[in-house]
Design a protein around this ligand. Structure first.
Ligand code: G
Ligand code: G
Ligand code: MN
Ligand code: NA
Length: 255
């Protein structure tokens, strides 16, 4: 209950902050884009982990409000980084995507902030793609696609989306879930699964990004196996906007 009250207050006072984690082009070692990750520091509770307060916001019906605050912050941030033209990906949860008002509210924030939609990507977890909501989800994604933004399937490999379903979705990229990356390059079956996902993404014409890269050996394996993009603590954790601007301005080399 304390957490609930604190979260309501944090939303009312717009105390959530967005941090940014680099996504890297493994072939060039250049930063490709950023992932926006929400952070909440409460004076009494300290840093609250996103898994806790996002799940709570979903339960309390506050996730739409949270998502809109995050998106608005990201759009204003994109404005202030306009000369750097860096794409930013935002996570959305299944509850947001299922909200019939989601697309209209999204469009409203784009209009209000006048960002170039090409610089925005939405990360949708694979578990959002419930088979029984297939048609509605496809329709929503098509509307989002028509706004000019990019769409990615997050935590790919942990859900149950069929290939035929994926093939009919207007998406641009897949993010391989970090559970498959963790034991690379030692684990033989994870190597095979990863290689199969890489082949599949190529066959479907989708960009592929591996999450949770923590070692040089993981990075080298993925690069050699044909995965173009990567993200993880090996390259850097999410950082606040000021630290992120420094990364962008000095054109950090991640190779
Ligand atoms: O930042 P961290 O790795 O601790 O994030 C934990 C989880 O919270 C991840 O699953 C991530 O996708 C999710 N998450 C982070 N920021 C947001 C956000 O702004 N909106 C939603 N819906 N989920 C987020
Ligand atoms: O579900 P999603 O993929 O959006 O989760 C993003 C979460 O993963 C964030 O909380 C982020 O802090 C975390 N994360 C990012 N890179 C790594 C990594 O290399 N290792 C681990 N364990 N977590 C990571
Ligand atoms: Mn994500
Ligand atoms: Na993920």
């Amino acid at each position: 209950l304390r957490l609930e009250q604190a979260l309501r207050k944090a939303l009312a006072q717009q105390q959530l902050e967005v941090h940014y984690q680099p996504k890297v082009d493994l072939r060039t070692g250049q930063l490709q884009s950023l992932e926006a990750l929400v952070r909440w520091y409460d004076k009494e509770l300290g840093q609250v982990p996103p898994e806790h307060f996002i799940a709570l916001a979903e339960t309390l019906g506050l996730i739409q409000q949270l998502g809109q605050q995050v998106l608005r912050q990201v759009c204003y941030q994109l404005q202030s980084w306009a000369e750097l033209a860096v794409p930013v990906a935002v996570n959305i949860s299944a509850k947001e995507l299922a909200d019939p008002l989601f697309v209209a509210q999204f469009r409203q924030i784009l209009a209000e902030t006048a960002v170039d939609p090409k610089l925005l990507e939405l990360e949708i977890t694979e578990s959002c793609l419930l088979p029984e909501r297939e048609n509605q989800t496809r329709h929503t994604l098509q509307q989002l696609r028509h706004l000019g933004i990019r769409l990615a399937i997050d935590d790919f490999g942990t859900g149950y989306s069929s290939l035929s379903y994926l093939r009919h979705l207007p998406i641009h990229s897949l993010k391989i879930d970090r559970s498959f990356i963790k034991a690379l390059p030692e684990n033989g079956s994870d190597k095979q699964i990863t290689s199969a996902i890489i082949a599949m993404a190529n066959a479907l014409g989708l960009d592929l990004i591996a999450e949770g890269i923590e070692t040089q050996a993981q990075k080298e394996f993925l690069l050699a196996a044909g995965c173009q993009y990567g993200q993880g603590y090996w390259f850097g954790k999410a950082q606040d906007p000021a630290a992120t601007r420094v990364l962008l301005e000095k054109a950090t080399d991640y190779s």
